[in-house]
Design a protein around this ligand. Sequence first.
Ligand code: PEP
Ligand code: MG
Length: 564
Amino acid sequence: MLKGIAASEGIGIGKVVTIRQQEITYVQRTVADAQKEVDALHKGIEKFMARTEKLAEQMEQSVNPKEAEIIRGHMAMLADPFMVSQMDDMIKNDSMCAEAAAESVLNMFKMMFESAEDELTKQRATDVEDVKTRLLKIMLGIEEADLKTLPPNTVLVVNDLTPSMTAELNKDNIAAIVTESGGMTSHSAILSRALEIPAALSVLHATETLKDSSTVIVDGSTGKVINEPTADQMAEYEKKREAFFAEKERLKTYIGKETLTADGDKREVFCNIGNPKDGIQAKQRDGEGVGLFRTEFLFMDRDSMPGEEEQYEAYVKVCKTLENKTVIIRTLDVGGDKEIPYMNLAKEENPFLGFRAVRYCLQNPEEYKLQLRALIRANNDTSGNLWIMVPMIASIAEFAAVKSLVVELAEELNMPVPKVGTMVETPAAFIMADKLAQHCDFFSIGTNDLTQYIMCADRGNNNVAYLYKTYDPAVLRALKQIIEKGKEAGIPVGMCGEAAADPLLIPLLISFGLTEFSVSPTSVLKTRAEIARWSLADADEIANTVVDMETADQVYEYLAAKVK
Ligand code: PEP
Ligand code: MG
C-alpha cells in the first residue's frame, strides 16, 4: 500500500494510466545518408500534422473552437515551406540529424519571436516551443497519453496535475487522481476537489510503482493507494464507496436551509470558484454567495489576456447566476505557483515572495484597469452585489492605491463604487489588521498563503509539510486576531482558504466570530452540517483550550478527539 496526502475525498477504483513528463533527449549524430534523414524529418512532420488535425477536431467538439484555432496555427507553422527547407538544408549541408535540424530551426524562430517588440508577436515564441516539443516527441517515438480521451475508470497517475491538464480532463472517465507532488492546498488538490475526483497527492514514486493498466483503489479521505487489491480489499472499499454515497444523501437534507449554529447563531457558507461555469455549481450546491472567484483561471489556458469585454461577460454571468447573492471577485493573483506563460513573468529565486498578484497589477496599471473596469461595469449592470477583493496585500499603501484606482474608474464610468476588500494572507496584513480594516469594506482570510507565510514553509514543498499546518497555534492566534480586529471595525470577515472547510477547525472559527465560510461548492452542505453541530458555548470551550496550546500536534490530537 502507498500513502499520500488525502486531498479530495471519496473512493476511486480503476485502472492506472500514467502520464510522464518525459525529457526529450537524443544523440546528435553526423549523418552520412542525408536523404534518409530528410525523409525521416518529413515523415515526422506528416505525423505531426495528422495528429494535430485530429486533436483540433476533438477540441472543436469537446472544448472550444478557439483552442482548436491555436492548434491549427501550429500546423500552419510547420506547413511553411521556408521553415522546412531550412531544416532540410541543415541536414544536407551540415550533416545534422533530423531531430537536431528541427530543433535548431525552431529555436531560431523562437528567439526571433522572443525579441519582437509587441506582446502578441512575443507570445508566438510559446507556440514555437510547443510545436518543437511535440514534433521532437513524435520523431523520437515518445508517446504521451491524450488526457481528453482517457478511457472510463481511469486512475490518473501524474507527477503533478497542472491547471491546464485539469482543463483537458474528461471528468466522467476519471475514477481517481494520484500525484507525486502537491499538498492539501496545492492547485492539484483544489482542482480535484472542485471536480469531485478522489485524490491522493504526494505519493512517493507513484509513477514508477503503479504500473499502467493495473487495478488500483484510491481512498481520497485517507490518502491510501492500494495497488492490485485482494478480493477482500475490493469488497471492503466497495462498501466504503457506498457509505460515502450514503453520507452524500444525508447531507442533501441541508439543501435550502439557513446556516445556523446549534443554538441558532447565523453564519453563511459561500463558494470558491474558478470560472463562470462553477457559479452554476455554487448555486446548485446551495452556496449562499461566492466568497472567492479566482479570476486567474480566466487568464490561463490561452495565449493572450482576456480583454475588458470578455472579462465583463464572465463577471456578469456569475452575478446573474447567483442572482441577488454576494459575489466576491478577486483581482488577478498571478505568480507564486500560478503561472501564465504568455505574461512572461521573469523566473525568480523566491516566487512566493516575489513579483506576484497585486504587486504585478499595480506595476501594470493599464492591464489592471481593464479588469477593474470590467468589474465595476458588471456590478453596475447586475444586482450591485459584486465585491472586489485584492490578493496578497502586504501594506496599506497598496490597498489604498487599488481603492483609489477603483474610485477613479467608477467616476469615469459614472457608476457606483463596488465594495472593495482584501484577502488577509500575509503576516503584514494580519499584524496591521486593525488599521487595514479602516480602509476595507471586508476581510477574507486566505489561510493557504497565511499559513505558509507565518510558518515560513512553502505550501507545495513536502520537506517542510511538517511545519505547514494551520493547526499551529501561531496560525490560530493570527486567525483569532484578524477576525476580532475586523469585527471591531464593523466589517464582515470571511475565510476563503481551505481551512474554512476543515471540520476540526469549524468550532474554533465559530468561536472566533467568523461569519462567512467560503468553501468549494462540493463542501457547502458538509460545512453547513458541521456548523450546525456546535453551540457557541461548546465552540468557545474548545477555542479557549486550543489557543493556550503549544504545538500543532497537541491541537490536532485534541480537536480530533473532540470533533469526532
Ligand atoms: C489563500 O491563500 O488562502 C487563498 C484562498 O488563495 P489561493 O489559494 O488562490 O492562493
Ligand atoms: Mg492566496
